[in-house]
Design a protein around this ligand. Structure first.
Ligand SMILES: *[C@@H]1O[C@H](CO)[C@@H](O)[C@H](O)[C@H]1NC(C)=O
Ligand SMILES: *[C@@H]1O[C@H](CO)[C@@H](O)[C@H](O)[C@H]1NC(C)=O
Length: 365
């Protein structure tokens, strides 16, 4: 049994705890959180609560020390908590983003290099979404041929109360909030997962709607981006959180229970279109176009339209992510799906996109 502690009993911590309790090879050991509000949460899972990592290690006998920890603390504490765990040789599933600053994330990277025995998986759990996994398989099995380009969308309407003070006010503030760091970062990570690293980004601002109504809304509301990947793939991406639209990952896949899914038989819901030399794929409706099996490959021929079937639509990405973490810890899989380096890369693209908005020029990464 792999003993796992959850650090941080906010919204995501208990969700991870459920996955740990469901997985046959893992055992939930404790919740760690400085706040007493975590006590009833730990009780509801029938495990002890400790205010800190040291107090847990002091209180538990050595044979009950955790093998691994899932870190779900506030973003700005991720690096310090991870470094403390590394110093005790405890493996880590670190919630995204790696950090709130690239500098501290890079500091974590150098700590990791000193302890290659400690495994760290960054929790960009969308990589484990069944539509994403199926898309990745289409790409790696060459079903689309040589990859040429991608076109992506993350467009929807955020509600006013999301930005309302006191709790929501930081989201309206340019230095802390903004759709790039909160939302686009997830799409960036998936684009990296599919096509490898992005090396250049250019962002043209959309016309801000909230800022027009209330000038203290300074956070970016969206942009049209052009992207270049090291692999040679190019991409365009439109992001806007101020327009009523179903064309975004959450609405299309239904992955977030708070954002209703649209009925795919009544509405378009695609968020990525991927273009290759042998075919194109639209995600998550998983429509594939090609001239498969036809003598004439070209615009005068009829396109073959297929629905690519998706395996494991009912498997929860969080459960699947934990399963992958267990596979890594037990040596069945060598590399983590999303490393700290991958996490830092996504942060760097977000920072470059913000810089490009300011400068009105493409930014190299
Ligand atoms: C404008 O937005 C700020 C930041 O969210 C908020 O604190 C303030 O109450 C808003 N003003 C009005 C008049 O709505
Ligand atoms: C931490 O970052 C995530 C983006 O992955 C965001 O959704 C969340 O609101 C952030 N939390 C804080 C407190 O900044």
């Amino acid at each position: 049994m792999i003993r796992i502690v959850i650090i941080g009993a906010g919204l995501i911590g208990p969700r991870h705890a459920q996955s740990v309790q469901v997985h046959p090879l893992t055992q939930l050991t404790a919740f760690i959180d400085p706040s007493p509000t975590a006590i009833p949460i730990a009780q509801s899972f029938n495990v002890p609560h400790f205010p800190s990592i040291t107090s847990m290690l002091d209180a538990l006998p050595r044979h009950q020390h955790p093998h691994a920890a899932i870190v779900c603390t506030p973003n700005h504490t991720h690096v310090a908590v991870a470094k403390e765990l590394i110093s005790h040789g405890i493996h880590i599933l670190l919630e995204k983003p790696v950090s709130d600053s690239i500098e501290s994330a890079q500091d974590l990277l150098s700590t990791i290099n000193e302890r290659p025995d400690v495994k760290i998986l960054v929790g960009h759990h969308r990589r484990f979404n069944p539509y994403v996994q199926t898309t990745k398989t289409q790409i790696t099995t060459n079903s689309l041929g040589t990859l040429i380009a991608v076109n992506g969308l993350w467009t929807l309407q955020k509600s006013d109360d999301y930005f309302a003070p006191p709790l929501g006010a930081w989201r309206a503030d340019k230095s802390k909030g903004g759709v790039f760091g909160i939302n686009l970062i997830h799409d960036i990570d998936l684009l990296h997962f599919f096509f490898g690293p992005i090396t250049r980004v250019h962002a043209e601002s959309i016309r801000p709607q909230r800022h027009r109504a209330n000038t203290s809304h300074t956070a970016e509301e969206g942009a049209a981006l052009t992207l270049r990947f090291a692999s040679g793939v190019v991409g365009t991406f439109l992001v806007c959180d101020a327009t009523p639209s179903p064309l975004n990952f959450e609405t299309g896949t239904g992955e977030n229970p708070l954002i209703p899914r649209v009925d795919p038989t009544k509405s378009a819901s695609d968020c990525y279109r991927i273009f290759g030399s042998e075919g194109s794929l639209s995600v998550p409706d998983m429509t594939r176009w090609s001239y498969g099996g036809q003598a004439l490959k070209g615009w005068n021929g009829d396109l073959t339209i297929e629905k690519v079937s998706v395996e494991g639509v009912d498997v929860k990405p969080f459960d699947k992510q934990l399963g992958h973490f267990v596979d890594v810890l037990q040596g069945r899989v060598r590399e983590v799906s999303c490393s700290v380096e991958d996490g830092v890369r996504a942060l760097m693209v977000v920072r470059a996109a913000k810089e490009s908005l300011e400068k009105g020029m493409p930014v190299e990464i």
